[in-house]
Ligand binder design. Structure first.
Ligand SMILES: NC(=O)c1ccc[n+]([C@@H]2O[C@H](COP(=O)([O-])OP(=O)(O)OC[C@H]3O[C@@H](n4cnc5c(N)ncnc54)[C@H](OP(=O)(O)O)[C@@H]3O)[C@@H](O)[C@H]2O)c1
Length: 259
């Protein structure tokens, strides 16, 4: 007789995040605001983080579920700890931390790139995510989830964006290292790498016909990412369904890296 695998009475749904307590950095606009809505609509409680109070407040007011907002800079170590503590004080814990805040100044080649620009990009995109992960790991229990917003440019750079590409490639190495470090604590660490989505950060590309055509031409699905395309990947990585997934990169790019 063939030995049968034990079938559980129920499977977690792929994107089930009801009741999760989720910190989202960079939540005042763009992709972070989109994620805030998606998680809130799915029944999560969300802590919204960015520097601009007014924008955070307006996102918080438009959400259907519980939220709190904390304005500050993700490059500030103490601020990250405050976010962790405030979320615990409000909801009793942190289940998911999405380090999504990022900047992408368009610069020229290395000769024209001021070292201060290089430092700033690395500081926000990479160090900011590390400081968030550090604060999250302090307060998270078994089953915690760290998710970093990477980028396809971390794997395939474009001219003039070397600092940005380096920061996003760095997130992948950091996620893999943290996945090892935090596995004993039951915390998974993964990267979602979006392709090209319509958001304020992508304005300069979108508004330049030649660049925009190049982007669409390099995307297998021949279109920009739509607002419904992104959150499912984060919700899978935030859900109980992904408990054996760690140290990975999930590209959500319409096949940009294939073309
Ligand atoms: N849009 C795309 O096509 C695309 C593609 C791949 C990856 N991404 C990545 O997705 C993430 C979000 O990008 P987006 O397109 O939504 O950009 P966005 O519209 O410019 O939003 C960036 C968010 O990060 C916050 N932020 C920036 N610096 C911060 C800091 N030092 N401390 C705290 N918050 C800070 C901003 O709020 P404040 O200015 O108020 O602080 C804002 O909420 C970024 O990591 C980006 O690299 C975007």
């Amino acid at each position: 007789m063939v030995e049968q695998i034990e079938i559980p009475r129920s499977f977690p749904r792929g994107a089930e995040v009801t009741g999760k307590r989720v910190v989202i950095t960079g939540a005042s606009r763009g992709l972070g605001a989109l994620l805030a809505h998606a998680f809130s609509q799915a029944g999560a409680s969300v802590s919204l983080v960015a520097r601009t109070e007014r924008d955070l407040k307006s996102v918080a007011e438009s959400l259907p579920g519980p939220s709190l907002w904390l304005s500050g800079d993700v490059t500030d170590e103490d601020f990250n700890e405050v976010v962790a503590d405030a979320t615990v004080a409000e909801w009793g814990g942190v289940d998911v931390w999405i380090a999504n805040a990022g900047i992408s100044p368009i610069v020229a080649g290395p000769r024209a790139t001021d070292p201060s620009v290089w430092r700033k990009v690395l500081e926000v995109n990479l160090t900011g995510a590390f400081l968030g992960a550090r604060a999250a790991a302090r307060v998270m229990g078994e089953g915690g989830r760290l998710i970093f917003t990477g980028s396809v440019l971390g794997e395939r750079p474009r001219e003039g964006l070397t600092a940005y590409s380096a920061s996003k490639a760095g997130l992948v190495g950091m996620a893999k290292g943290l996945a090892l470090d935090l596995a004993p604590a039951g915390i998974t660490v993964n990267v979602v790498a979006p392709g090209w989505f319509d958001s304020p950060l992508a304005d300069a590309w979108k508004n330049n016909a030649e660049l925009a055509a190049g982007i669409v031409g390099h995307t297998a699905q021949r279109r920009w990412g739509a607002s419904t395309d992104l959150a499912g990947a984060y919700q899978f990585l935030a859900s109980d369904a992904s408990s054996f997934v760690t140290g990975t990169v999930l590209n959500v790019d319409g096949g940009y890296l294939l073309v």
